[in-house]
Design a protein around this ligand. Structure first.
Ligand code: BDP
Length: 600
């Protein structure tokens, strides 16, 4: 799916701003059928939860409604008009005046509708978007709705981050010519000093397609014709971690004589390769060592609302720390983030929203009897169908990003439980079919060990989440280091695949200090990370470390959290804790390479 861009044949109107807003309980039925009767306005993009003081809105379970008037530019009379929602978390419905034009399930991927037949150039229409935040056993991520004694519906879920909802990303109106380019797929390779570019262009109707490749200065360096083909770039400048270089593939629909351009779209891309060889992760044939974080889209007031200022600042802080990569834990991030990573040479492990397919963790935290994770009553074929759709939409959206080097299809599933293999095998196959060029991974939960895990061999890289020194061996870093090493050694020896430490971290209250190894202090977080690093450096197969988490983030209520998860190396307002400085020292020194001489 193409990101809307303004080109010589396409125009783009951004619909962000203040929209009328109401929860379903505050308005009548068919709220789209007229002006939304509400005193409230909500900012778009932003999660709605923290905007208002009314807890009934924050805790609302079900539909909320956003509405605004939109004028179609008067010059669009010959064009098709598309409305695009970058994300409606978790389910969206779009109405143009009284007509339902789009419905979508999945809170972190875009959807759009051709609304040409409902609107007229120069005229206004009423755009109403319904957003539903409900999570069930058949949604990705999953959750459960219970009804309290006084009849209130309550949402619970199996991940700790707060279930922010609403229109957290942009909404767009854009025009395309009646015969237009619908999709572009690009796969690159390196052959000595040349780059190879295979492309495929999908059009809305049979059309003559011309393709030109421009370098970063805008000079044409290759050209081709036809809806699919390949071109060679001599003296190519590859896209490298820390040294991004982007080309553009300009696809054009041309008429018979090649003179008139019916539609044109410029797709940025980078020339790079990704390969797993033995226990190495290679980018452009060179071993790459991941340093960085598991992140969240999370800031005060906006919730998961995309914000360009935080985008720039977060990347600045990552660079300051020496991070060369991050994981989009635990859902696809805004496309602006992916584009920024492309332009700034930051490597991304791109994750679906499949977090919490694990009822053992729930049982562990609540003491409730454990239900089987994979069963007709819990996570079943319908869940897997939703999961497959989440994978499809992630790859469709992000396939052309050079920054994306691997797909992570789930975080901490109950991979040691019966049924895990049957659940995951078709999903891994699907991922490989959709994109044979990128490795596939999942992040393994601490209950899944090299002995009992049932799915590791399906994957190319093993991402491991561990909390030795925090949830286990709390306050005892010597034991934690030994456990960590033994655990990782087990995976390395059994599977012979690259290992990435995809989560390790300790909750830390900024300003709390101690001379002893005291959990929650800033010194403890730094010492915890150092102990973990000693273990990683002794194991050759470890090809990366992503600290949990980049910044403190909001969570659901729970006795395990004080105003959110405090495992951030930065506070929620992005101030460094002590550990940020020690990470900076290590990572800047590593410079994306595994420490030499210590592997065993
Ligand atoms: C892991 C989860 C992550 C949590 C983290 C924690 O993958 O989302 O935030 O634990 O407990 O299990 O801090």
């Amino acid at each position: 799916m193409l990101k809307p861009r303004s080109t010589a044949t396409r125009e783009l109107v951004n619909l962000d701003g203040l929209w009328r807003f109401a929860t379903a309980t505050a308005v009548g039925e068919r709220p789209w059928a007229g002006p939304l009767d509400t005193p409230l306005e909500a900012a778009v993009p932003a999660s709605y939860n923290d905007l208002f003081t009314d807890s009934a809105i924050r805790d609302h379970v079900g539909w909320v409604w956003y509405q605004r008037l939109v004028r179609v530019p008067r010059g669009w009379s010959e064009d098709r008009v598309i409305v695009r929602v970058d994300a409606a978390t978790h389910q969206g419905q779009v109405y143009v005046d009284d007509s339902l034009v789009a419905e979508h399930v999945g809170g972190y991927t875009p959807f759009e509708a051709d609304i040409t037949q409902y609107v007229s150039a120069g005229q206004e229409f009423r755009l109403t978007i319904g957003v539903n935040n409900e999570l069930t056993n058949t949604t990705i991520p999953p959750g459960r709705i219970t009804v309290t004694q006084d009849g209130c519906r309550k949402q619970t879920y199996l991940h700790d981050f707060y279930n922010y909802a609403g229109l957290a990303r942009s909404v767009w109106l854009y025009s395309v010519p009646s015969v237009c380019i619908e999709d572009i797929s690009i796969v690159t390779g390196l052959d000595g000093t040349s780059g190879t570019v295979e492309y495929e262009v999908e059009t809305s109707a049979p059309a003559t397609v011309r393709v030109r490749v421009l370098d970063a200065s805008g000079a044409e360096v290759a050209a081709s014709e036809g809806t699919s083909g390949s071109v060679r770039l001599e003296d190519v400048t590859p896209w490298r971690p820390g040294a991004a270089y982007l080309y553009e593939l300009v696809a054009e629909i041309v008429d018979g004589d090649g003179e008139t351009v019916g539609d044109t779209y410029a797709q940025p891309f980078g020339v790079r390769t990704v390969e797993v060889r033995g226990t190495q992760f290679l980018i452009n044939g060179e071993p790459f060592y991941f340093t960085g974080f598991g992140k969240h889209e999370d800031t005060a007031v906006r919730g998961k609302g995309h914000d360009d200022a935080y985008l720039v600042h977060d990347f600045q802080l990552m660079e300051w720390t020496g991070a060369n990569s991050f994981r989009t834990s635990h859902y696809p991030y805004a496309e602006e983030v992916m584009d920024f990573a492309d332009r700034h040479g930051i490597v991304v492990i791109d994750e679906t929203a499949a977090v919490g397919l694990n009822l053992a963790v729930e049982a562990g935290l609540t003491g409730a009897p454990q239900r089987p994770t994979f069963s007709p009553d819990t996570f079943n074929d319908e869940t897997r169908a939703a999961h497959a759709q989440a994978i499809r939409e992630l790859i469709t959206r992000d396939k052309n990003h050079p920054s994306v080097v691997m797909w992570c299809i789930a975080n901490e599933p109950s991979s040691n439980e019966e049924g895990a293999r049957e659940y995951f095998e078709p999903l891994v196959e699907l991922t490989r079919k959709l994109d044979p060029t990128r490795p596939v991974t999942y992040a393994a939960v601490m209950f899944a060990t090299s002995d009992n895990d049932r799915i590791a061999e399906l994957f190319d890289v093993l991402c491991i989440n561990r909390y030795y020194g925090w949830y286990i061996a709390t306050g005892d870093l010597a034991t934690a280091e030994t456990y960590m090493e033994g655990d990782l050694r087990g995976w390395a020896e059994k599977f012979g695949k690259p290992l990435i430490m995809s989560e390790y971290g300790a909750d830390t209250m900024p300003g709390l200090h101690s001379v002893w190894d005291q959990p929650w202090t800033e010194e403890y977080q730094a010492a915890y990370l150092a102990a973990s690093h000693r273990a990683f450096d002794r194991i050759e197969a470890v090809v990366g470390e992503h600290v949990w988490n980049f910044a403190d983030f909001q969570t659901s209520h729970g006795i395990h959290r004080v105003d959110g998860n405090k495992k951030g190396v930065f506070t929620r307002d992005r101030r460094p804790k002590t550990a940020a400085h020690s990470l900076r020292q290590r990572w800047r020194e590593l410079g994306g390479r595994k420490p030499s001489g210590e592997g065993s």
